[in-house]
Each structure stands twice: as C-alpha cells, then as structure tokens.
Design a protein around this ligand. Structure first.
Ligand code: MRU
Length: 367
C-alpha cells in the first residue's frame, strides 16, 4: 500500500546489499523508519522485539531468516538451528512455524551447495503468495460489504469495527482484515471504521495510520467502547484478523477479540475473521485448550509509548511503581461466535467441514 504516495510492501529484499529491509513497527505511527536485517540473530530479534509483527509478516520474515542462515552455512545442522532459533521467537502465530516447516521440507531435498539460492527464492515465493492471498481475501470480503451497503439508504456508510492491526503492515501487503476495507473503499462504497486501540501495545494506532494514509474514514476508540457502539446500532460488521485458527474454526487473535465476538453475538452483528490459509493449524482442534498463548513483558501494560507535545517519542508509566501486571497477548474466540471466515478461496462457516471442503488438500495432508 502507499505511504506518502509511494508504494511499499512491509518488507523487501535489497539484492545489492543482500539484506532484508523492513519498516520498524516500533516507531510507527510516529516515525517511518526503514531498517536493514543482516544476520540470522537480527532476524530472530526483529520478530521477538516486534519490529516486524502480525502473523503473515513474521512468517515471511522467518523465511528470509532461513535464507540468511543458508547463505552463511548451508549444512543440515545450520538449517535445524535456524528453524529452532526462529521458531522460538513468538509462540502463538502459526504462520511462523508454517513458513519454517515449508522452508525446512523444501531445503532438505536440495543439495547444500544450492541451498542459499533455493532458500532465497522460497522466501520471495512466500512473500508474493501472501500478497496474492490477501488480495483475494479482499475481493471476497468486498462482496460481504457490498451486500451490507445494498441494504442501507444510499450514501450511508457501512460501519465496520476492527481489532488490533490486521493491516498491510501486519502482512506483506494489503492486510487481511483491512483488505476488504481497502477494496470496498476503492470501489467507492462509503465506509466508517471503528478502530480499537488494542492495549497494551496500541496496534490500533497502526491501523489508524494505515486507514488515514489511504483516506478511509475512521475513529480510534478505547477497547471498552465497542459493546456500547454495538448496542446503539453503530456497528454493521466486525472483521478481525487471526494468528492461528484451528481445523474446527476456533480463532486465536490479539487479546480482546473474544470480548468483541461476545458483544457482537449479543447484538446480532456479523462477526467475520479474515483468514489466510497459512494461518490454519490443521493439527489443533480445540483452540482454548491447545493453542499456546504468548505472555509478554508486564512493562507493556504498566507503560505506554507515545509522543509528547514537542513530538518527542517517549514512554511513560501509567501505574504506581512496582504494580504487578499480567500480559496475555492473545485469546481464543470459539467457532460458535464466528459468522464466517473470509479466506482466499471464499467465505465459509467456522467449522471443520467447511474449512476442509475449501482446502481439501491441506486438511488431508495434516491427517
Ligand atoms: O502481537 P501482534 O501485533 O503480532 O498481533 C497481531 C494480531 O493479532 C493480528 O490481528 C493478526 O496477526 C492478524 S495479522 C494479519
């Protein structure tokens, strides 16, 4: 998508310097900082420290991390060590393991002398595939938004609510939950997006920055406001992303998603999840019982980052010193609360049968 009129992906390969370039998301939305990721450990740190974040983007970054490792040392030991190092960076989003497994399985069949080239081509392939998957999610989601728009008086905006940032910077391009929004906006459908702040890291500010850059009408709201807006008829549709969706359609996403799904159900508001197929974990059935939830540094809860009146970026403490804090970063929304999953192959029910019928080859491969 565009930043100040220039098209960017959220990562790109600098062939001359043989490095990956990323947008450091810790500085957004205040500063646009491009950073070069050079060593295998830099790749792991970029994911762990959330310089890159969002399930699809960390998968693509990890694939480039394997390419870096193979350029340094293409042995089986190095491949295994890169898999372990990168896989340990963040536990919840399954795209990380998906990309690493795909790289390991592909490269095991390649002679060591050819592995660096093969690993880099595979990383490019994964990045390009992500863009196309998300574009298609946008096309299918556009139909849903068009349908809602057609039931409203002409010119009245469709009011969507989204949580966290499932935007283009959480993917390689387009975003997942935002792709239908960008497609609908570009098709001339009037929209208004309620953007959950998404404490503790305020990924909603990233969404606000994206939507503002694209000219989409939006408002930034506290995480607690969504239920109230729904009760007052101000939300037509909720679309969120996902970090891991089970074969039965349970959705693990940024903490707070579950509460939005409960409020949407209580108010008869459709609750959709934009789901790229690499985010399906075919090995897991019960999301609440089986998905590991990342527990992050309590400091993310007791402190917030922002700019002061002089535009200086800083961090302030919001609690009394020494306050104990908990920071579970994701939660699971059971499939029964989900109206539908917007995938690259179309919209389906959040159920094992529906997912398996859209992706039969993936469902069978996991058995
Ligand atoms: O902790 P984050 O910022 O990596 O979490 C991101 C999310 O929860 C997104 O909603 C999810 O990855 C979908 S991104 C297209």
């Amino acid at each position: 998508m565009k930043v100040d009129g220039k098209h960017y992906r959220s990562l790109w390969w600098n062939a001359e310097a043989q490095v990956l370039e990323i947008i450091d998301q810790r500085s957004l939305p205040y500063e646009f900082v491009v950073e070069q990721v050079r060593t295998r450990d830099d790749f792991a740190n970029a994911i762990r420290e959330m310089r890159v974040r969002g399930a699809p983007l960390i998968g693509a970054t990890a694939a480039y991390g394997v390419a870096r490792a193979m350029a340094d040392d293409p042995s089986d030991e190095s491949l295994g060590a890169a898999w372990r190092l990168l896989n340990a960076t963040r536990p919840t989003a399954v795209n990380l393991r998906w990309a690493l497994d795909r790289a390991r399985e592909t490269l095991r069949l390649v002679a060591a002398r050819d592995r660096a080239t093969a690993a880099l081509s595979l990383a490019h392939e994964i990045a390009d595939e992500d863009v196309e998957i998300n574009r298609r999610i946008g096309v299918h989601g556009l139909d849903l938004i068009k349908n809602i728009a057609s039931q409203k008086p002409a010119g009245e905006p469709v009011r969507l609510l989204t949580h966290c940032n499932a935007g283009w910077i959480a993917t390689v391009d387009w975003g997942t939950a935002t792709s239908p929004i960008y497609h609908a906006h570009d098709a001339g459908i009037p929209l208004h997006v309620w953007v959950d702040e998404t404490r503790p890291r305020n990924q909603g500010a990233l969404t606000a920055w994206e939507l503002g850059s694209h000219g989409v009408s939006h408002e930034y709201i506290t995480d607690n406001a969504g239920g109230h807006l729904m009760q007052h008829g101000l939300v037509d549709l909720v679309i969120t992303g996902t970090d891991r969706t089970t074969r039965s359609g349970d959705v693990c996403n940024k903490i707070g998603t579950y509460l939005k799904a409960l409020a949407a159900r209580d108010n008869n508001i459709p609750f959709y999840v934009a789901l790229p197929s690499p985010t399906i974990d075919w090995t897991v059935t019960d999301g609440v019982a089986e998905i590991p939830i990342e527990n992050r540094d309590p400091r993310e809860v007791t402190h917030v980052q922002g700019v002061d009146t002089n535009d200086a970026l800083g961090v302030v403490q919001v609690t009394p010193s020494g306050t104990p804090a908990g920071n579970p970063a994701f939660d699971v929304t059971p499939s029964r609360l989900i109206t539908g999953l917007i995938t690259e192959r179309g919209v389906c029910d959040a159920s094992e049968a529906a997912l398996a019928s859209l992706f039969p080859e993936l469902a069978v491969a996991a058995e």
